[in-house]
Design a protein around this ligand. Structure first.
Ligand code: ATP
Ligand code: MG
Length: 564
């Protein structure tokens, strides 16, 4: 199966601008703006992380490493409505698995609620914040739009004393949700709508996963985030492009709260992948509708799903490095990710024999009850992996497609009269086959040449085909799951009604696969090359010693060439 050529252009183009963040950091260090580098990854614990987040994690932790600085993991848990402890745990596990080392620097924005509250009081005292009684709808209306300047709130000129009293009452729970908010007093005529007296605190009578019922006022993201960065002495607050318009507000908050050495925000483009689904809304629906097997279904690109599929941290790191950091949004072909996992596994994994679509092969001149072991190299490209002994006997399984009764031209595998090599074992000549009433081949017969042990003949006779096999007597039975992308961009990702246009062939389950006995020992996440069939990984959820399940990570071939 040939894969289509991915858009190399993207990777190429982005490599050029790869170091723009590093250039900025170099400049800041040279000019003495900062004397160290401190970065962070700030997820909201409201879902599972995906490949896009991996980019942000590796970018931030990579910069810290490169500049001998530090990297924090900080949960941006300021919105109690959507957050769950389950997500906190999964995110921690994902970040660690990727190898982003936050050492002992695991933080929660909610641990800073007190300081954020003090910052708000400080702003009120400076005359830079006010309590506003307008409803959410009215605030929106007053805000104006790109063409119309905003209108000032009638509550804008409350005295500092009144504001302090009202904010205190908000905190004490005197008001209902939405009844009052605290707003920054900036500029209702600003061309940047984010600067038109944004709401910085709201009343929300809600339990928080960390602070419980201690607070009934919660800071808004745009106010909380810069304060979190400043408290942690972050130097470079790296975020995605959609926050570019928020940067003036970010700067306003750290300046007006009078933090020393305020952090600096730098934006980069989000990573988008073709033919995958990353939107939380869509994935949630796929999970709820039972179309996928949870958030870690191997067809998804959450980090948990990639790990379950058999991707390695190294392959994801390689992918992120190849894609680079860009200032303009673009999509990267999924095939680049596949290229990276192949590259990573190529020299590391043993090449094993597994038959996915079996048909029996009987060697009629091989002694009835005899079994022997043949030596097979583990990895032809990496002799360091050594070799192993594989049992061989009279009855074998071979791939159904490795036999044809009437072959087309250039078919060098088994057909009556043709001699092939049974990989690592002997030459064998196909003699005949048996068929059922429907004409399906049930058994293939052959004879072997005992003089060709090891797979070569003393008389210099050559064969054109080599086929892999598994001895029937010692075979372990297993299930293999083959995947295709869950959506196909070329056919359109969405239907007219906005639902996902799903690929009906995204999962193929093969329940009767036969493997060499060594594979019976596979533990969760162990991965292998299966001769001709691709790279496979033992499933962490469903594979058990008495019911092995392997996920195909990726097929062996791709036409993708990386341009350096
Ligand atoms: P939400 O819609 O819930 O905010 P999110 O994907 O932005 O979803 P966050 O937890 O806010 O989730 O993201 C954490 C960090 O990861 C942010 O700094 C964000 O900019 C970054 N990030 C999110 N998606 C991508 C992406 N596709 N590529 C690179 N970075 C991303
Ligand atoms: Mg976000």
């Amino acid at each position: 199966m040939e894969e289509k050529m991915p858009a190399v252009e993207t990777a190429e183009k982005e490599v050029v601008s790869k170091n723009f963040i590093e250039q900025e950091i170099d400049k800041d260090l040279a000019e003495g703006v900062y004397d160290h580098v401190q970065t962070r990854f700030p997820p909201e614990p409201n879902g599972y992380l995906h490949i896009g987040h991996a980019k942000s994690i590796l970018l931030n932790s990579g910069l810290a490493k490169k500049y001998n600085g530090k990297f924090n993991l900080r949960f941006d848990d300021t919105n109690p409505t959507k957050e769950k402890v389950e997500f906190v745990e999964s995110i921690k596990a994902d970040v660690q698995w990727l190898g982003a080392d936050y050492e002992d620097r695991l933080f929660f924005a909610s641990d800073y609620f007190e300081q954020m509250y003090e910052c708000a009081v400080f702003l009120i005292k400076k005359g830079k914040a006010f309590v506003c009684d307008l409803t959410a709808d009215e605030i929106r209306e007053y805000r104006g739009d790109f063409k119309t300047p905003g209108k000032e709130s009638p509550y804008r000129n409350r005295s500092v004393e009144e504001n302090l009293k009202l904010f205190e009452e908000m905190k004490e729970g005197k008001y209902r949700d939405g009844e009052k908010v605290l707003r920054a007093k900036i500029d209702m005529a600003s061309p940047n709508i984010n600067m038109r007296d944004p709401v910085i605190y709201r009343v929300a009578h809600m339990s928080h996963h960390n602070t419980g019922d201690k607070w009934c006022i919660y800071p808004m993201y745009d106010f909380a985030h810069p304060i979190e960065d400043a408290i942690e002495h972050i130097t470079h607050s790296i975020c995605t492009l959609e926050f570019e318009d928020h940067r003036p507000l970010y700067d306003w908050v750290v300046r007006e709260c009078e933090f020393e050495n305020p952090p600096r925000q730098i934006e980069f483009a989000k990573l988008y992948l073709t033919n995958v689904v990353t939107g939380k809304r869509y994935i949630k629906k796929l999970v709820e509708d039972g179309i996928v097997d949870g958030w870690d279904d191997p067809r998804l690109v959450s980090i948990a799903a990639l790990r379950r599929r058999g991707y390695t941290p190294e392959s994801i790191r390689m992918f992120v490095d190849l894609v680079g950091v860009a200032k303009a949004n673009s999509s990267v072909d999924y095939a680049l990710l596949e290229y990276c996992i192949r590259e990573d596994l190529k020299l590391k994994k043993s090449r094993m024999m597994a038959i996915l679509d079996p048909v029996k092969l009987v060697i009629d001149n091989y002694p009835e009850d005899q079994m022997e072991e043949v030596e097979v190299p583990n990895n032809l490209e990496n002799p360091e992996l050594g070799s192993r002994m594989v049992p061989f006997g009279r009855e074998l399984y071979i791939e159904r497609e490795d036999f044809m009764e009437t072959p087309p031209r250039k078919y060098f595998r088994m057909f009556p009269g043709n001699e092939v090599r049974l990989m690592g074992a002997y030459f064998a000549t196909c003699t005949s086959c048996e068929k059922d009433a429907d004409g399906n081949v049930t058994v293939v017969h052959c004879t072997y040449d005992p003089e060709t042990r090891g797979g070569s003949s003393a008389d210099g006779r050559k064969v054109k085909g080599t086929i892999h096999w598994v001895a029937a007597k010692t075979a372990v039975k297993a299930e293999c799951r083959l995947y295709e992308n869950i959506v196909d961009e070329e056919k359109g990702k969405l239907n007219e009604d906005g639902s996902l246009n799903l690929n009906p062939n995204s999962l193929t389950v093969l329940t009767e696969c036969y493997m060499e006995p060594e594979l019976g020992k596979a533990q969760a996440y162990d991965s292998f090359q299966f001769v001709r069939n691709g790279y496979f990984c033992a499933d962490c959820k469903d594979s058990r010693p008495d019911h092995l399940v392997f996920n195909r990570i990726v097929s062996l071939k791709s036409s993708f060439k990386i341009q350096k």
